[in-house]
Write a protein of this length. Structure first.
Length: 133
């Protein structure tokens, strides 16, 4: 398989992972508020978000695994390279494709989520944090 096809597969796979996984957290899951009160409808909850991430990886493993290896994450690509299971010459292009795919997935998700009533990125937009966040 040529490198161009591999990079497109990684771009598409990472886009799908960010869109599907983070999208489930942003659009469909409701969590406890900072004050500790429970919303009446918890949406898909933590288990649903975990399932969404798992299913996005599974679908991409079947769809692009035979093309690019379905790394979907620069850390995976670096780990495989360090372990001698991935060529060093392809590492940087893979990382670039994965980062661009993640940015594209987040951009699509932002475009959809910003149309929701009361949407705000003040809550972190599906990111982790500590303290007040």
């Amino acid at each position: 398989m040529n490198l161009k096809n591999k990079l497109f597969a990684e771009f598409l796979g990472t886009l799908w992972l960010v869109f599907g996984g983070c999208g489930s957290a942003v659009l469909a899951a409701k969590f406890l508020t900072a004050e500790g009160s429970t919303p009446l409808n918890l949406g898909i909850g933590l288990a649903g978000v975990a399932l969404a991430f798992g299913l996005t990886v599974l679908t991409m493993a079947y769809a692009i695994g035979h093309i690019s290896g379905c790394h979907l994450n620069p850390a995976v690509s670096v780990g495989l390279c360090v372990g001698g299971r991935f060529p060093k010459s392809e590492l940087l292009p893979y990382i670039v494709a994965q980062v661009l795919g993640g940015v594209a997935g987040a951009g699509i998700l932002y475009a959809i989520a910003s149309g929701q009533a009361g949407f705000s990125t003040a809550g972190g937009f599906a990111s982790n944090g500590f303290g007040e966040h």
